[in-house]
Write a protein that binds this ligand. Structure first.
Ligand SMILES: [Zn+2]
Ligand SMILES: [Zn+2]
Length: 255
């Protein structure tokens, strides 16, 4: 996958989310958006269990073209846990917008702490994508590109952008300013990709793939929270269950 295509898809997913709110007037309370969120949760969860965890625990060892450095399995576990806890702390400041959850009050002030913690989350999740795109390094240390990981980020980026734009349009700031802030958010994951392109295991002093382990921990938190929150008051909702299954099924079927 080409670097420019990855960056365009990432920015495009945020613009799409913003346009859905700005032009279609659909907020994060819309039934279809909630189904899309459930879909993204199922998709992410399947990508984690089917691709990312096996890869972190060395499933690709031995494949000649995939043979990258072996990761110490105990470290992998610690970094996954670390990612889960980092996301927990970030959501304390962001109110859970990473899993599409916002509380909108008309005329509220611009929530900068939310914006900053969401941005930190987004930069971190871009770094492993950049690692996967590094070219010109020896094939043995190349992290295999994982398109399921890219689509997992994209599918979860759209509902996050919808939630953020819903919030931004409810504040007192102008529509044009809301778009500027949304676009600034849209640049965060691409910036993470650039960082990931630049840093190597040698510079970091630890295997760069461990950052993927952190992101997997963050995604575990996000996807399970999405799925948990799709059942309002523990009421069974067939459509949402089907959306989760569709998301998981698509992730398993496509990649
Ligand atoms: Zn929530
Ligand atoms: Zn994210």
């Amino acid at each position: 996958m080409n670097f420019y295509i990855v960056e365009l898809l990432l920015i495009g997913s945020v613009v799409l989310g913003g346009a859905i709110v700005s032009y279609l007037n659909a907020t994060n309370k819309n039934q279809y958006i909630k189904l899309a969120l459930a879909f993204s949760g199922g998709f992410l969860l399947a990508v984690i269990f089917q691709h990312l965890l096996p890869e972190l625990y060395g499933a690709h060892q031995g494949h000649a073209h995939h043979a990258h450095e072996a990761l110490p399995v105990f470290q992998v576990g610690v970094f996954i846990l670390l990612g889960f806890l980092v996301q927990l702390v970030l959501e304390y400041f962001s109110g859970g917008i990473e899993h599409g959850h916002v509380h909108v009050h008309k005329g509220q002030a611009m929530p900068w702490t939310l914006f900053i913690s969401l941005s930190v989350h987004s930069v971190i999740e871009g770094i492993p994508l950049g690692n996967m795109l590094q070219i010109g390094i020896e094939p043995e240390s190349q992290v295999p590109f994982n398109s399921s990981f890219l689509w997992g980020i994209i599918f979860h980026q759209v509902p996050v952008a919808i939630a953020l734009m819903t919030l931004l349009l409810a504040t007192k700031i102008k529509r044009s300013a809301a778009w500027m802030i949304l676009l600034a958010f849209g640049l965060m994951t691409p910036i993470g990709v650039l960082l990931g392109l630049a840093i190597t295991t040698e510079q970091l002093g630890m295997n760069v793939q461990l950052i993927l382990a952190v992101v997997v921990g963050m995604f575990l938190h996000i996807s399970t929270t999405i799925i948990f929150e799709t059942t309002e008051n523990h009421k069974f909702n067939l459509l949402k269950l089907l959306s989760i299954l569709l998301g998981s099924g698509l992730a398993l079927g496509l990649f």
